[in-house]
Design a protein around this ligand. Structure first.
Ligand code: HAM
Length: 419
């Protein structure tokens, strides 16, 4: 029966039949965070809107079109967070999380919000996992951050994904490249979309990222960033490739990766899964050496990435990967008769407090109905308590797989089950 209210467009409920998959993926993510020594950080889901305008950038689609912006009762402007990097960097600066001579390694996951046209793999509320490594500007750190993502996807069993890397250069190379792009695009600007015509002034690299067909066709022949890297950036990019080779992390170089957010410098990367169709990026990230300074902190370099859980789950489903077992109770207590029912809660309480999961259907009178519920629950053991068992202070334990049944003393039940 459909009710009166519907979930908002572009959002969805994670139902019990799906939630264990999320739990599984989050557990693997947390395990990889432990391996790489990243500590979790949790920030609010809304921030002052200028935090994102400053950092993600006012030429980005996110700020121009996709922010859930609102005013609170005092007229202050806030936004539901469209991404996690700016809030994490805000928290890093506000709480002085910097560690001298090394970096602060933070992981996070939670809902993000972007007002975009919903489609497969693109939602208005979506869940990101991500990491930020703030404090170091060496290529080994870039390699570590990429290896984190690679390890995470490998642990989940994903095979049909491709790592693409690029260097967006430092300020020097970036400026030279922007100049070359302006020279290339300017004569063709009339054929390009309104957004590109505006962006060429503030951020010419975004013209490489435009999804409009005519713009895309023009951008095919645009100059390559890699030809404009200065010696330092070129060396760093080569070192990064060597590190990835050493770690046996496969990649391809894609000089067209510019990323949709304004804060990136030098290393940029994405993991792509072509099976997903238009929304094929399962994660993306890169270096942001000016962001901490821009947000009022002491100039500190950083690098990180984030990905959407939804696209990850779709990728895993497309490769028929396992999400572990659906959770089932260890035991199901069947209690028949007044006296047995009176004792039932005490037994369940003992099981729960001893770490044994237990289910029951004490609302049902007959043994048949309770046994049916036990069968449906998928439990490993059914515990049968009736007058006969009670008289002997015992309980029958039926192994649901083998149908073997034994009787044990109630005092021994927990020990017996743990065995
Ligand atoms: P992003 O590329 O905007 O980067 O988003 C990262 C990932 O989030 C995407 O690759 C995609 O998997 C997922 N995603 C983005 N938008 C949606 C959506 N509407 N629906 C479903 N999934 C989506 C960032 O957010 C940066 N903060 C990443 C980063 C961290 N860079 C450095 N540190």
């Amino acid at each position: 029966m459909a009710g009166k209210y519907k979930v908002p467009r572009g959002t969805y409920d994670i139902l019990p039949t799906e939630s264990y998959k999320w739990q599984y993926v989050i557990n693997v993510f947390n395990e990889v965070a432990r391996l790489f020594n990243y500590k979790q950080i949790v920030t609010p889901i809304f921030e002052t809107s200028d935090l994102f305008e400053r950092s993600v950038g006012d030429t980005s689609d996110i700020v121009q079109k996709e922010m859930y912006k609102f005013q609170d009762k005092k007229g202050r402007s806030f936004a539901l967070r469209p991404e996690g990097t700016a809030p994490v960097v805000r928290a890093f600066v506000e709480n002085s999380l910097g560690i001298p001579d090394t970096s602060t390694k933070l992981s996070y996951h939670g809902p993000m919000f972007r007002y975009d046209r919903p489609q497969k793999g693109r939602y208005r509320q979506f869940y990101q996992y991500g990491i930020e490594n703030i404090g170091r500007d060496d290529v080994a750190t870039d390699a570590e951050v990429i290896a984190f993502a690679h390890t995470f996807f490998s642990k989940l069993g994903l095979k049909e994904i491709r790592l693409e890397i690029n260097s967006l250069g430092n300020d020097n190379s970036s400026e030279a490249y922007d100049k070359a792009l302006v020279e290339f695009f300017e004569p063709k600007l009339e054929e390009m979309c309104g957004d590109c015509q505006k962006r060429i002034v503030k951020n010419p690299k975004r013209l490489l990222d435009c999804k409009v067909k005519t713009c895309k066709a023009i951008a095919v022949d645009a100059p390559s960033m890699l030809d404009y890297l200065d010696d330092e950036c070129q060396k760093e990019f080569n070192d990064l490739k060597a590190y990835l080779d050493d770690m046996k992390v496969p990649y391809v170089v894609n000089p067209k990766i510019v990323r949709g957010l304004d804060y990136y410098t030098k290393t940029a990367f994405e993991f792509i899964n072509e099976n997903l169709g238009a929304q094929s990026a399962i994660c993306g990230g890169g270096r942001y050496n000016s962001l901490v300074g821009q947000l009022g902190g002491k100039e500190t370099p950083g690098i990180g990435f984030a990905g959407g859980f939804e696209r990850l789950l779709l990728s895993m489903e497309s490769e028929n990967l396992s999400f572990g077992d659906t959770p089932k109770p260890d035991t199901f207590l069947v209690a028949v008769g007044e006296k047995a029912k009176a004792k039932a809660m005490g037994i369940l309480g003992q099981l729960w407090s001893n770490g044994i999961s237990a289910e029951s259907a004490l609302n049902k009178e007959s043994m048949k109905a309770q046994m049916k519920a036990a069968g449906k629950s998928g439990c490993k053991f059914t515990l049968l308590l009736g007058d006969d068992e009670l008289a002997k202070n015992s309980i029958a334990v039926k192994n649901m797989e083998t149908s073997e049944q034994i009787t044990v003393s109630l005092d021994e039940l927990v020990t017996e089950l743990k065995r």
